[in-house]
Design a protein around this ligand. Structure first.
Ligand SMILES: [Zn+2]
Length: 284
């Protein structure tokens, strides 16, 4: 394992269980990702300074050895993916046909907003909020309703708030979930999509780069459920989706050839999954 370069960040206790005890799990871009001895959460430690995290979130560029740019571009397949996710996870809402108010936090280029709007019941409103300036501007230029800003800038009440691949970016996920409570109608839901890296024994089992320090934390089924329950929500549905078809295996062979630290193997043998979590606001 390569050694991490020295960073001006601070060593932290586990963001989930507060245990100070951990073991190294991976090093990437000069940052170390550790596994908590108490709860198994994976998190970047030492953590970058808050001002560096904030700048990375707004500009999409992180100060690593070779400047990590994570702005990316709009992906049309993500709109189709959003449609199929809502159809599979919110079929009950679609059948009921009552219009809903939906907010997508960390909306990126607005793909999920576009997809959700096309499949949710007629009359529903779907809005997005995105802190990364170039992404939100791109969405608005295409007529997709995505505001530039943070959660503090959101006003109104929603029936559902989605966090699509947002979990790993947040330094304080529990606090963030608690702040969503005031934006939800009674019985409102948070819908979460993320990977299950903390359910994997070794870094090599994770497909592709970890993208440290843009990603600060990785959970698995137990860690994410615990965060959600701690913040005053009940998990009403948790589904796991495999990634490891034939295309996945071929891509990993190609990555390995180019020197990436990924495990290669036969299709349908990986433990890596995408997790979808529906969590409902508890009334008390
Ligand atoms: Zn822990």
């Amino acid at each position: 394992m390569k050694q991490p370069v020295e960073r001006s960040g601070q060593e932290i206790a586990c963001p989930l269980c507060q245990s100070p005890s951990f073991k190294p799990w991976a090093v990437e871009n000069g940052f170390c990702c550790v596994r908590c001895d108490g709860c198994g959460l994976l998190y970047v430690n030492p953590r970058p300074r808050q001002e560096d995290i904030d700048r990375g979130v707004q500009l999409g560029v992180h100060e690593t050895e070779r400047k990590l740019n994570v702005v990316g571009k709009r992906m049309a397949w993500k709109v189709r993916q959003a449609c199929s996710i809502i159809q599979s996870e919110y079929g009950d809402w679609i059948i009921r046909g009552t219009p809903v108010r939906w907010l997508d936090v960390g909306a990126g280029f607005g793909e999920f907003v576009e997809g959700a709007k096309s499949v949710l019941p007629s009359g529903s409103t779907v809005e997005g909020i995105e802190p990364m300036i170039p992404k939100a501007e791109d969405a608005r230029a295409r007529g997709v309703q995505v505001k530039t800003g943070l959660l503090e800038d959101v006003q109104g009440t929603y029936d559902a708030i989605s966090l699509i691949d947002v979990f790993s970016h947040l330094p304080d996920f529990r606090g963030f979930m608690k702040s969503l409570r005031g934006l939800l109608s009674p019985g409102g839901e948070v819908f979460l999509k993320t990977g299950n890296a903390a359910d994997l024994l070794k870094r090599e089992e994770f497909p592709g780069p970890l993208t440290l320090p843009d990603h600060l934390m990785f959970g698995g089924v137990s860690q994410i459920s615990r965060f959600v329950e701690d913040a005053g929500f009940s998990v009403v549905r948790l589904s796991q989706h495999r990634l490891d078809g034939i295309g996945y295996s071929l891509r990993n062979y190609a990555r390995k050839l180019f020197g990436h630290p990924v495990a290669v193997g036969l299709p349908y043998c990986s433990k890596a999954r995408v997790l979808y979590v529906r969590a409902r606001l508890r009334s008390s």
